[in-house]
Write a protein that binds this ligand. Structure first.
Ligand code: HEM
Length: 504
């Protein structure tokens, strides 16, 4: 009797759990086979969820949904679906699913920033302000260039100090890119061993480990109660909030102690933002929104560019014929007696094609940044309910075998025409390339990133022959490590000087 009562109670509880956790709505989109209660969550919380989603899309079609416990997520895997959602129906899908992610909500202190806010008057004002400050920054191209080149000169110096011996370039690249971001944000480079620089690094790197689809602790998004049981990611999130507050206090103190012309390059984007809102009656933007946007820009700008540069060196080792062509163009257009300038770009189609190919091949931001349907809408005849998170699988778009010939071969020529000129922007290859997303939420740092990659790649190539280190590591992007951004596995390289006098 007792046994029967317990069995009935358990069955009732399980049924109740199913009723509570079963996803609401009646989506017609196919879903991969998963657990009856928690759906696909543990399958999807894996390293390289982009590769898994790409495999699923081959069985289920370009648009499918995942069930993560009681929530439906829509995954878009080809050009038509991504372009329709991001560009044609940009307004319908420009939201961010902040309410779905406990980790993000807690980290962002239940407030918003440029990256996590759905379109609203506050988001528009913030995006417009950052954008106009970025533009001011870009307007004086010489200034941006001077900033970049001073940091790049330091990086070249670090590389030279290796005397052509094998070494892992990861830290040097990361520190240089982080300092480029510091100059962009607050108008100043920092000493690598300074407390503030170390805090910048800690905030950036920890953010990457606690957010993102495949990051550890994704289960907190649907089982928030786990925070009461000593969950490690929750502890990290709490620490990160403290480090960010500390970094923000130090940054403000530093900015306040400087006069307009004091900093090497003004007060940067954050200095300008703070000045425009401090003392203004406009209560739309609060200091916390600027602090959170500061964090967005640190992590959106650093590892994306650092990982691309790290991938570049290993690609040059693995594709020596590409390196030769790049060097030939650098030697031809820039020569060996002056540093590279952004103005050279117009005369360097091969280099620009190489950068496009690198962005396609590596697809560093493989799953984009999650979007959300802001209204009831549809994609390819399927209803997408308001509030549904929508993920763009940019990896699948950039490695679609039905569209790209040999997508796993690194070949810059695919972006050149028969006269070796860059394909025009309306060419299908250019249109299918969306490493920065597209539409309303397109990456805010696209032109900055393209400019920096150009200066970094050409400067390194001008000064060094890039050679294999102690052992060759495959550059196949399918083997990259996951996080929020993909990263090449560690390798070492020999950078053998071919130009002794520049940056000496
Ligand atoms: C190789 C370098 C970079 C790549 C591949 C990249 C890629 C992306 C992607 C895919 C998105 C999401 C777009 C979407 O929501 O559909 C994004 C958003 C964003 N990126 Fe980048 N990014 C790069 C560099 C940068 C830099 C240097 C900055 C600024 C310093 C930056 C700032 C941002 C911001 C603020 C957003 C959010 C925009 C919004 O939500 O409205 N990114 N980026």
């Amino acid at each position: 009797m007792v046994f029967a009562t317990v069995a009935v109670c358990i069955a009732a509880l399980v049924f109740l759990a199913y009723l509570v956790f079963r996803p609401k709505g009646n989506s017609t989109l196919p879903v991969p086979e998963g657990h009856w209660l928690w759906g696909n969550i543990f399958q999807f919380s894996c390293p390289r969820s982009d590769l898994l989603a790409t495999r699923w899309s081959k069985e289920l079609g370009a648009i499918f949904r995942l069930r993560l416990v009681n929530k439906n997520y829509v995954i878009l895997n080809d050009y038509n679906s991504i372009h329709t959602a991001m560009v044609k129906k940009s307004k319908d899908f420009a939201g961010r699913p902040m309410h779905h992610g406990n980790r993000a909500r807690y980290l962002y202190e239940y407030e918003t920033s440029i990256l996590v806010a759905s379109p609203s008057p506050q988001w528009k004002t913030l995006r417009k302000s950052v954008h106009s400050n970025v533009k001011v920054y870009e307007a004086g191209l010489n200034k941006v260039e001077a900033v970049n080149m001073s940091v790049i000169a330091g990086l070249i110096g670090d590389f030279r100090a290796r005397n052509g011996e094998a070494f892992n370039p990861q830290d040097n690249i990361y520190n240089a890119v982080m300092n480029i971001i510091c100059v962009f944000l607050v108008g100043k480079k920092y000493r690598i061993d300074s407390e503030i620089f170390q805090l910048f690094k800690k905030v950036e790197q920890t953010t990457l480990t606690v957010l993102g689809p495949g990051a550890k602790g994704a289960e907190l998004d649907v089982m928030w109660f786990l925070r009461f049981f000593g969950h490690k990611t929750f502890k990290k999130l709490t620490e990160l909030r403290q480090w960010r507050r500390q970094l923000w206090a130090m940054t403000k103190q530093d900015l306040n102690s400087r006069t307009e012309n004091d900093g090497e390059y003004g007060k940067g984007v954050i200095g300008a933002l703070l000045e425009s809102y401090q003392g203004s009656d406009d209560k739309l933007i609060k200091e916390i929104n600027i602090m959170l946007t500061f964090q967005d820009l640190i992590f959106a700008g650093t590892s994306t560019t650092a990982n691309s540069t790290q991938a570049f060196l290993n690609l040059m080792i693995n594709y020596p014929e590409v390196q030769k062509k790049l060097q030939a163009e650098v030697d031809d257009v820039i020569g060996d007696s002056r540093p590279v300038s952004l103005k050279d770009r117009a005369m360097m189609p091969y280099t620009r094609a190489l950068i496009f190919e690198l962005l396609r091949y590596t697809s560093i931001v493989a799953m984009g940044v999650p979007h959300m349907a802001s209204v009831d809408s549809s994609l390819d005849g399927h209803v997408i309910e308001k509030g549904t998170p929508v993920i763009t699988n940019l990896w699948a778009l950039h490695h679609d075998e039905a569209f790209w010939k040999d997508p796993f071969v690194f070949r810059p020529e695919r972006f050149l025409d028969s006269d070796m000129q860059l394909l025009t922007a309306d060419h299908p290859y250019r249109k299918h390339l969306m490493p920065f997303g597209a539409g309303t939420r397109v990456c805010l740092g696209e032109s900055l990133a393209l400019g920096r990659l150009f200066l970094l790649f050409t400067s390194i190539t001008q000064i060094f022959d890039i050679k294999v280190g102690t052992k060759k590591v495959d550059a196949d992007a399918r083997d990259y490590l996951s996080g929020v951004n993909l990263q090449s596995p560690a390798y070492d390289v020999r950078l053998v000087s071919r130009n002794e006098h520049l940056f000496a």
